[in-house]
Design a protein around this ligand. Structure first.
Ligand SMILES: *[C@@H]1O[C@H](CO)[C@@H](O)[C@H](O)[C@H]1NC(C)=O
Ligand SMILES: *[C@@H]1O[C@H](CO)[C@@H](O)[C@H](O)[C@H]1NC(C)=O
Ligand SMILES: *[C@@H]1O[C@H](CO)[C@@H](O)[C@H](O)[C@H]1NC(C)=O
Ligand SMILES: *[C@@H]1O[C@H](CO)[C@@H](O)[C@H](O)[C@H]1NC(C)=O
Ligand SMILES: *[C@@H]1O[C@H](CO)[C@@H](O)[C@H](O)[C@H]1NC(C)=O
Ligand SMILES: *[C@@H]1O[C@H](CO)[C@@H](O)[C@H](O)[C@H]1NC(C)=O
Length: 841
């Protein structure tokens, strides 16, 4: 199946494969929070960086953090509170040695703490890169000091702080996937600190071929299992494929596993794994054949019965010019099926030199190669892997790769996101009010954004996104406490952040609360607010309303407020101002009502939803304004009142120039009303033109960006005593023209003026050209800007999902087809276009 997909994939250009048939369930986050909306708690120490290792200890209420040259103990309830700190730096002598080998003294040759594991109740096991000479040590929790035993960390921790790497502690043994040498060229999966000595992988490309390790975890056999099968440790990584013929390196995401009870072989595979097997993880869009072939992170959602455990992985593509990510989920029973029944692959030599991997079809030795030693083996006198027959061991040494892939649940990605790189994932299974359980995915991006989605039977709904890091940097680690998590914790190069798992109280109306479809949130009719109902376990469920289908009709019908209850605003006649209305949801549209009637599209010009602009306040504008949100959910549509205003004229005397104020009513609105805000240059607004002059103001109507000058012009038309003002305006214009002409004549003004002067007074030299469309500097800066914004370089890619640093997606963005940018159009043949391209080797 993969082969077919690859063929498909290779026969088409990458971009069109992906861009043409917008594949699968791409989703826009319903709500995009700003960083200030979210109450985050942060920790960082001046001069300390790379807070990339996090270890949660819920029972102790602490979070251990491994950073560069330091280990911290933070308070789990408030990470801003540091309890204790231990410093572990590298002696100068060793920094010197490291520098001699060509590494940077200021960065590479420091000690990056990369392993933090619980060794016992009172000790942690800690490893650091230690100037490219990995070391491990114990941290006493009683006095938070290092023992100083400086164990060799080779094979347990990476040499290079930037190299990918994974570890997991299982029953006091440290399992690691890392590089075994200084150059990082010898990959190894090993078990350390075991009484029987270290066990490791064979050094062979068919075992591991340039892997990038991302995750490892243990999956335990069920308690009281009758098969007596062993606990298994799974490793996830991306490696260069050996089984496909490909020009250059083709990456393949893998799942590998070893058995906990493995002791290596007696003669064959001495001190090596006898249970190492690996298979490919498939994350592919069936319709287009597009493959996400790089696994970036994995989370195993564990259940009491391991068969029900689910592996969630985030994937990206090797071809980075398609900036997109996917989430694929795999059931543990499917994984077990592949490892226990799958076919093996075999290397054969064709035409003496060329090697090819094909399916092994002959008879297998018994016991099955790579299987854990279980009760049935004991009956045949095989008590441990040391008793396994040579035939089985030789076979597994030469055939560590299984042919059958592990297919995702539903045979396709759960979620696809464009213009974003997902790099971290954690999942919690949450009980909703309906008694059902839903998986909520927390996904971190390389731009410091967290996205939260809920997995339904037939779709994934992206609830919200929030920026967690102040700078646009990658989320290095994301950890979630095991159950009923109120907070999650994120590590990055610059610090640690604690973020709430839900922002229920930010939803101000019942409709908004229900349409969010967040399993953590429910509407509390008694308190008239959206709450995180798990935090109130003593209240009966009937106190709350929740609809994960988004049925907002379940909301109580509010008593209709009279206009008097709305925000009162008094506005000076003739002023122009904005009635603000903030839509919380990216999926909602704003709708305005004036005195109970919808404002028709003939009367107003809808650009977006930040507010309604009223030009030149007159008596006709007095009345009751309501801003409604309108949101579609499936084939239904819900609306709710967001904001109401009662608008009246302020007839108090003001300074004489008030009517000509150019600041869109900044001075006009009484100070006590905070509702009206000055327009920013980027505010998109609804514009309500004065009804009586509708026919005369089309220029205003067609301009999304409000020009203050037009406001005063408008005023002139609608006011009776305009003659005097008109006179002054004309006088001013005349004086202005006179000044310009004089300066032009005196050659004080450059450019177009000179050409006019030349035309009138005779040409002396050709006017300088003031704009060159294809100036390289201009094109370069446009291209750079695009890259800096993290926007995909593929112009055809019209993702509806919000980019990590882009503006919130508007509902219109999804339907409009993208047009080529004017700069690009003119400069198609600029070499910059090619310099940018990321062509796979
Ligand atoms: C967290 O701790 C910091 C530092 O002690 C303190 O300023 C802040 O108020 C605390 N926040 C909460 C929510 O407890
Ligand atoms: C810290 O505690 C451990 C064991 O409790 C002890 O062996 C060690 O000497 C103590 N270290 C210091 C610096 O007090
Ligand atoms: C450590 O943090 C610094 C500062 O943010 C960053 O430049 C560097 O790349 C980080 N190093 C590693 C190995 O993550
Ligand atoms: C396996 O263990 C049993 C008892 O525990 C012992 O009698 C038997 O000899 C062992 N078999 C081998 C091959 O060591
Ligand atoms: C708006 O349009 C509807 C029908 O499209 C019409 O019935 C209504 O009178 C209009 N309202 C105004 C204020 O023009
Ligand atoms: C207006 O938009 C431009 C580009 O979209 C952005 O660079 C600028 O910061 C925005 N200005 C304000 C005040 O939001």
């Amino acid at each position: 199946m993969l082969r077919v997909a690859l063929l498909l994939f290779l026969s088409l250009p990458v971009n069109s494969t992906f861009g043409a048939a917008a594949p699968g369930p791409t989703r826009t986050p319903r709500t995009s929070w700003k960083r200030k909306d979210v109450s985050l708690l942060e920790f960082s120490e001046p001069g300390t960086f790379n807070y990339s290792t996090l270890l949660l200890q819920e029972d102790k209420g602490v979070l251990y953090v491994g950073a560069r040259e330091a280990i911290f103990e933070l308070n789990l309830r408030n990470v801003s509170v540091m309890n204790r700190k231990a410093v572990w730096n590298v002696p100068d002598k060793e920094i010197g040695l490291c520098a001699i080998k060509g590494k940077s003294k200021e960065t590479d040759c420091l000690n990056y703490i990369r392993v933090l594991e619980v060794q016992s109740d009172d000790r942690l096991y800690v490893c650091g890169t230690h100037a490219f000479q990995p070391m491990c040590d114990f941290l006493f929790l009683g006095n938070f000091t290092l023992e100083g035993t400086q164990e060799d960390g080779k094979g347990k921790c990476s040499f290079d702080p930037a190299q990918s790497f994974t570890t997991v502690m299982v029953d006091g043994n440290l399992y690691s996937g890392t590089a075994y040498n200084f150059l990082g060229s010898e990959p190894i999966i090993s078990r350390n600190r075991h009484p029987q000595g270290t066990l490791r992988t064979e050094y062979s490309t068919s075992w591991l071929n340039e892997p990038s390790f991302v995750f490892s975890d243990v999956v335990r056999e069920n308690k009281g299992s009758t098969t007596g099968d062993d606990d298994k440790i799974y490793f996830f990584f991306t490696e260069v494929s050996v089984e496909y013929d490909f020009l250059g390196k083709l990456f393949i995401p893998r799942i590998a596993r070893v058995c906990k009870g493995d002791l290596g072989g007696q003669r064959t595979l001495q001190k090596k794994w006898t249970s190492f097997l690996k298979a490919k993880l498939l994350c592919l869009v069936p319709k287009t054949g597009f493959i996400f072939n790089t696994v970036r992170d994995v989370f195993i959602l564990k259940r009491d019965d391991w068969r029900e455990s689910v592996i969630y992985g985030v994937f990206t593509s090797q071809w980075d010019n398609v900036e997109s990510s996917a989430v694929c989920a795999y059931s543990m029973s499917a994984v077990q099926e592949v490892f226990s029944k799958g076919k093996y692959m075999q290397k054969t030599t064709v035409q003496q030199s060329h090697t090819k991997w094909v399916r092994y079809n002959s008879i297998l030795p018994t016991p099955r190669p790579g299987a854990c030693v279980s009760i049935s083996d004991h009956q045949q006198g095989i008590n441990s892997s040391l008793d396994l027959p040579d035939k089985t061991l030789q076979f597994v040494r030469d055939h560590p790769l299984l042919e059958d892939p592990v297919l995702p649940i539903g045979n396709s990605p759960k979620l696809i996101a464009k213009d974003v790189h997902y790099v971290q994932i954690a999942v919690e299974r949450v009980q909703a009010l309906d008694g059902q359980q839903y998986d909520v995915m927390f996904i971190g991006t390389d731009k410091g954004i967290l996205r939260k989605s809920v997995v339904f039977e037939d779709e994934v709904h992206v609830i919200e996104e929030m920026p967690l890091l102040s700078k646009s940097e990658t989320i290095k680690t994301l950890v979630l406490p095991s159950n009923g998590a109120r907070f999650l914790y994120v590590g990055s190069d610059s610090g640690v952040v604690q973020a709430p798992t839900a922002l229920c109280e930010k939803y101000s109306t019942c409709e908004d609360c229900l349409l969010a479809r967040d399993p953590y949130c429910a509407w509390d009719s008694g308190k008239d607010s959206c709450v995180s109902f798990h935090q109130e376990p003593n209240r009966p469920p009937q106190d709350f309303i929740q609809s994960l289908k988004g049925d907002a009709d379940q909301c109580p019908k509010g008593t209709k407020l009279s206009c008097q209850a709305y925000e009162q605003m008094r506005v000076q006649p003739g002023s122009t101002f904005k009635l603000p209305c903030q839509l919380g949801s990216n999926k909602a549209k704003a709708m305005w009502k004036f005195n109970g009637k919808m404002l028709n599209s003939s009367q107003l010009h809808q650009y977006s939803a930040a507010g309604l602009v009223i030009y030149s306040m007159g008596p006709d504008h007095q009345g009751c304004y309501e801003c409604w949100a309108l949101e579609e959910m499936g084939d239904r549509s819900f609306s709710w009142l967001l904001h109401g205003f009662q608008l009246g004229l302020d007839l108090r005397p003001q300074s004489t120039m008030a009517g000509l104020d150019r600041g869109l009513g900044r001075a006009m609105v009484p100070k006590e009303s905070s509702a009206s805000q000055p327009l920013g240059p980027n505010d998109s607004v609804l514009i309500l033109a004065p009804p009586i002059h509708l026919a005369t103001v089309p220029p205003v109507a067609n301009t999304p960006h409000v020009e203050p000058g037009e406001a005063s012009a408008n005023y002139l038309q609608s006011n009776g005593s305009t003659t005097v003002l008109l006179f002054f305006t004309l006088l001013f214009c005349f004086l202005f023209l006179a000044t310009v002409s004089y300066n032009c004549y005196m050659q004080y003004l450059p450019g177009p003026c000179l050409s006019m002067r030349a035309a009138l007074l005779g040409r002396k030299k050709s006017p300088p050209q003031d704009y060159q469309p294809c100036e390289t500097g201009l094109v370069g800066s446009v291209a750079q800007q695009k890259r800096a914004n993290g926007v995909s370089k593929d112009v055809r890619d019209t993702g509806c999902e919000k980019g990590p640093s882009g503006a919130p997606p508007s509902h219109t963005a999804c339907t409009s087809t993208p047009t080529e940018e004017p700069f690009d159009a003119d400069c198609e043949r600029q070499p910059i276009e090619y310099a940018d391209a990321d062509i796979p080797p």
